[in-house]
Design a protein around this ligand. Structure first.
Ligand code: FPP
Length: 236
């Protein structure tokens, strides 16, 4: 892998792929004595602004952790509110994505979700499939261990040798650029089963900011810090 750090005077390598663990919606709401769902609603507003900023900043891919394989354990009312927000997010943003050349992707086993969500997603994927611009990947019913296990099973079934390359070729992110920067909001410092394989050499950036308060200025701050970091990929 060619991964030398830029020499003095050379521009820092461009960030191609950023992923975000959007955490803190519940605490944002709690601080304001509001129901948790209001935090999620405000979280969706933050998503909209960050997608626009990612395109403006020239990212090739933005991956957002929206619903994990573990999130099913939340109270039914909250799960159902999140599903409703997801549907509304797709319905109200699809035309903007389509006309701004954005390619919508889903990572995770979204086909296990409710039939109406699956149908809406399939329509949205088809609507933006011919686009050539930035990829916006939403992780739904996603867990990294599940993704790696599914990829390994596909490689094994096909009779190919199990190697890092063959597994990577079957991950949900297979046709996306390598992950450069992984952001987590709300002060938690863990990966929570998100992009474990892809994060092998990614830079990690943690902020205390709760997701509904996260703005494009914070994204730019993370990118600026990334530009100053030296990535050695295990070399020297
Ligand atoms: C974490 O906050 C956030 C989630 C589990 C869901 C993230 C979802 C959204 C931002 C809205 C939907 C997304 C899209 C792409 C439409 P938390 O509830 O765990 O917060 P807490 O840790 O403060 O309780």
């Amino acid at each position: 892998m060619s991964a030398a750090a830029p020499k003095a005077g050379e521009p820092a390598p461009a960030v191609r792929h950023v992923a975000i663990i959007m955490d803190g919606n519940g605490r944002w709401a709690k601080k304001r004595h509001l129901p948790r769902v209001v935090g999620h609603q405000r979280g969706v507003e933050a998503v909209r602004a960050i997608v626009r900023a990612a395109a403006r900043l020239g990212l090739e891919a933005l991956t957002l952790y929206a619903f994990s394989t573990e999130n099913w354990r939340r109270p039914e009312e909250e799960v159902s509110a999140l599903m409703g927000l997801m549907k509304r997010f797709i319905l109200s943003n699809l035309e903007e994505f389509a006309s701004n050349n954005i390619r919508l992707r889903i990572i995770g086993d979204y086909r296990a979700m409710a039939a109406d969500v699956v149908a809406l997603i399939d329509g949205a994927l088809a609507r933006t499939a011919g686009n050539t611009g930035p990829i916006v990947a939403v992780a739904l019913n996603y867990g990294s261990q599940d993704e790696i296990a599914r990829a390994a099973a596909k490689v094994a079934t096909s009779g190919r040798a199990i190697t890092p390359e063959t597994i990577a070729s079957e991950l949900d992110t297979a046709d996306m650029p390598p992950l450069d920067l992984l952001i987590r909001t709300s002060g938690e410092v863990r990966l929570s089963n998100f992009l474990l394989w892809q994060a092998a050499y990614a830079e990690l950036w943690f902020t205390e900011v709760l997701w509904p308060d996260f703005t494009p200025v914070h994204l730019e701050e993370a990118l600026a810090e990334f530009a100053g970091r030296e990535r050695r990929y295990g070399g020297r």
